[in-house]
Design a protein around this ligand. Structure first.
Ligand code: GSH
Length: 194
């Protein structure tokens, strides 16, 4: 089975946009998506990069660009009033969900919560709700995200992404080939089919 590695942080709106497209893209290409959350702040630091919105004119442009892309995809989008939210715990929850075969369902629900429903992923009640929504035991899930093995998995994926050359989000790998951003999903599909 062909695979693609989707590295993202829930705090990245372009990662949300890409995530909305991946299940259908993967189905067309006969591929599996590996959902790999990473700490984008740490990736930026390691790569010598920074948030694009640090350039004010780029930040203003991005707001319009994000809305254009959401309209183009036909998906809901609302810039999060919680940005930049602490998404660490939500990202650890992806690993807890993955252990029960629910990485995709949880990731998609958490992205929607942040970038369409304006919910705060830093809040334990939001996380409990999302966990329950995909069929996880919310209490067990919230306990699991405080354990060292789960914390280590997020760190390991972040380190691996940096080593592979990630500098921004989303980063999509097909084999060793990196595709950055949601703008290049057609290249991802070509690489999977080629
Ligand atoms: N949609 C664009 C932009 C993606 C983007 O700006 N991502 C942000 C995070 S939401 C980022 O990592 N920026 C790093 C950079 O601009 O170097 C693309 O596909 O090229």
């Amino acid at each position: 089975m062909k695979t693609l590695d989707f590295y993202f942080d829930f705090s990245s709106p372009y990662s949300y946009l890409a995530a909305t497209q991946l299940p259908a893209l993967a189905a067309r290409a006969g591929a599996t998506v590996h959902y790999r959350p990473v700490v984008l702040f740490a990736v930026f630091k390691a790569a010598g990069n920074d948030m694009p919105a640090k350039v004010p004119t780029k930040g203003a442009y991005m707001l319009k660009d994000l809305e254009r892309w959401a309209r183009h995809y036909g998906v809901p989008f609302r810039f999060s009033s919680h940005f930049p939210s602490n998404t660490l715990k939500a990202m650890r929850l992806v690993h807890v969900a993955a252990d029960q075969g629910k990485a995709e369902a949880f990731t998609q629900a958490a992205f929607r919560a942040m970038w369409a429903e304006d919910r705060d992923l830093a809040r334990p009640d939001t996380l409990a709700d999302l966990a329950r929504g995909v069929g996880l035991d919310p209490e067990a899930a919230l306990a699991a995200i405080e354990t060292q093995p789960i914390k280590d998995r997020l760190r390991a994926d972040t380190d691996a992404a940096v080593t592979r050359g990630m500098f921004g989000a989303p980063a999509i790998y097909v084999g060793d080939e990196l595709f950055w951003g949601n703008d290049r999903l057609h290249f991802v599909e070509e690489a999977l089919k080629g």
